[in-house]
Ligand binder design. Structure first.
Ligand code: CAA
Length: 285
């Protein structure tokens, strides 16, 4: 089966990027969120990204208009999911919320529709278990910013079929990503390594080993990372990082204990770029 119509649930940081790359690959896309300002925010980000590409001469204005014409923003779940070949679910990383969405979806989507979850680390098998299609359920983990990052980490659940895996791999390739397939485990592979490293940077900051700027500078200049770990946490969202670490800690033990400083930032509402403040202050720029 070839995926031609995609429903993306969640218009935030990751969702709008996924909608963009799907439309870029010629697919019909619906982009759904629960409040109008989330949907508008997602569409505005896509327009901003594409306008930048037009200015750079990477695409024409006509191509941009055609691409935008393939993305239909909506608040209505039924309208978004009806007729979809695949639903890419990018809702908040809370198992019960995701399960509720899948229970609703089950009644709307066609029988052949595949469920792709963009979780950063929750169990694919557990989500799939509440649906009537665990064989057609798979993890498709993207990286931020989606239009730029080349990787798609694909995670099989316990009952994911070979056919679903092959379709997901072909879809990943079509939207311009390199695919790796990993086994289901807390935070999978990339986030297990990446988030642990970022968490360690928060410990170093809290212990006063160096300033945030110098920790980031150290990892950029000493290890050739494109961005320092603390700035990266602000980019992906400190709340997202904390949730990944809490999941790792819960499942794999004390080695993955979230840094207290990270907890404090999240409790203060300093979630990173999206809230204007995180480790760094973005309101002054
Ligand atoms: N959306 C689309 N395009 C973007 C973008 C965005 N949000 N941000 C930057 N770009 C594009 C720019 O337009 C530019 O494009 P061109 O090459 O065509 O000019 C290119 O990316 C480079 O951007 P900049 O020159 O402005 O900035 P930069 O060189 O500092 O790169 C970056 C920015 C790509 C974000 C870079 O800092 C980087 O690669 N950082 C690491 C990102 C990373 O590790 N992501 C994974 C996070 S983990 C995750 O997402 C998983 C999870 O579950 C937590």
């Amino acid at each position: 089966m070839e995926i031609k119509k995609v429903c993306v649930l969640g218009a935030g940081l990751m969702g709008n990027g996924i909608a963009q790359v799907c439309a870029q690959a010629g697919m019909e896309v619906t982009l759904r969120d629960i409040e109008q300002h989330f949907v508008d925010g997602g569409m505005n980000t896509i327009k901003k990204n594409l306008s930048r590409d037009v200015e750079k001469g990477k695409m024409t204005q006509e191509q941009m208009n055609a691409l935008l014409g393939r993305i239909k923003p909506t608040l209505d779940l039924k309208e978004a999911a009806a007729g979809a070949d695949a639903v890419v679910e990018v809702v908040i990383e809370v198992m019960d919320v995701k399960k509720k969405v899948y229970a609703e979806l089950e009644e709307i989507v066609p029988k052949h529709c595949l469920f792709f979850t963009n979780t950063s680390g929750l169990s694919i098998t557990e989500m799939a278990s509440i649906t009537k299609r665990p064989d057609r359920f798979i993890g498709t983990h993207f990286f931020n910013p989606v239009p730029v990052m080349r990787l798609l980490e694909i995670i099989r659940g316990h009952q994911t079929s070979d056919e679903t895996l092959e379709i997901a791999k072909a879809w990943g390739k079509k939207i311009g990503k390199e695919v790796i397939v990993v086994k289901e485990a807390p935070a999978f592979v990339v986030n297990r390594i990446l988030c642990s490293m970022i968490n360690e940077a928060f410990f170093a900051l809290d212990e006063g080993l160096a300033s945030a700027e110098d920790i980031d500078k150290g990892m950029m200049l000493g290890c050739n990372h494109p961005i320092g770990p603390l700035a990266l946490s602000d980019l992906v969202g400190n709340d997202t990082l904390l949730r990944v670490m809490e999941g790792l800690h819960r499942e794999l033990g004390d080695k993955y204990r979230p840094a207290q400083y990270l907890r404090k930032l999240v409790r203060a509402g300093n979630l990173g770029r999206k809230s204007g403040k995180g480790v760094y202050d973005y309101t002054k720029k």
